[in-house]
Design a protein. Structure first.
Length: 154
């Protein structure tokens, strides 16, 4: 019985002094990170070019823009992961403009690593596909034509 009392008293009490003889500073947990507010367009922390269209209907559909978007799609090798009409490594791009807004698509293209961390839809895609989208370094001038091409490709 006295051994049990000795253990109880030995375990309680003041913490052992630190190397300088002073009592150690109590450790407190770091505050949880504040959740990022994310709407249907993705996290606002990913800045898109000024005037980037908010809706699919507002995307350009002229032949020159779509040809420029197709050229970027081909030059960056997007087809190695994304196809139209079939799922490859990444999701099928047919109907992507019906599933996602142009700003969301633009943000996913320019900062996929941030999207997977902050956007629930991007996180769900990653969980489903188990392959992260690589950041292809799309230039600001190429983004709108690329999104217009992807959304308008039939």
């Amino acid at each position: 019985m006295s051994a049990i009392l000795l253990l109880l008293f030995a375990c309680g009490g003041d913490p052992a002094p630190g190397p300088s003889g002073a009592s150690p500073t109590p450790v407190t947990a770091a505050p949880a990170p504040k959740p990022v507010e994310v709407g249907p367009d993705g996290p606002a922390s990913i800045v898109l070019p000024a005037g980037f269209p908010a809706t699919t209907a507002a995307l350009p559909t002229d032949a020159a823009t779509l040809a420029a978007g197709e050229a970027t799609y081909n030059a960056k090798g997007c087809a190695s992961c994304h196809q139209f009409g079939t799922k490859l490594v990444g999701p099928d791009l047919v109907g992507v403009g019906d599933r996602r807004t142009p700003p969301w698509i633009g943000r996913m293209i320019t900062k996929p690593e941030v999207m997977v961390k902050e956007d629930p839809q991007a996180r769900a895609l990653f969980a489903q596909l188990m392959t992260p989208m690589a950041n292809q370094g799309i230039l600001e001038a190429d983004l709108l034509p690329l999104v217009a091409y992807i959304v308008n490709k039939k």
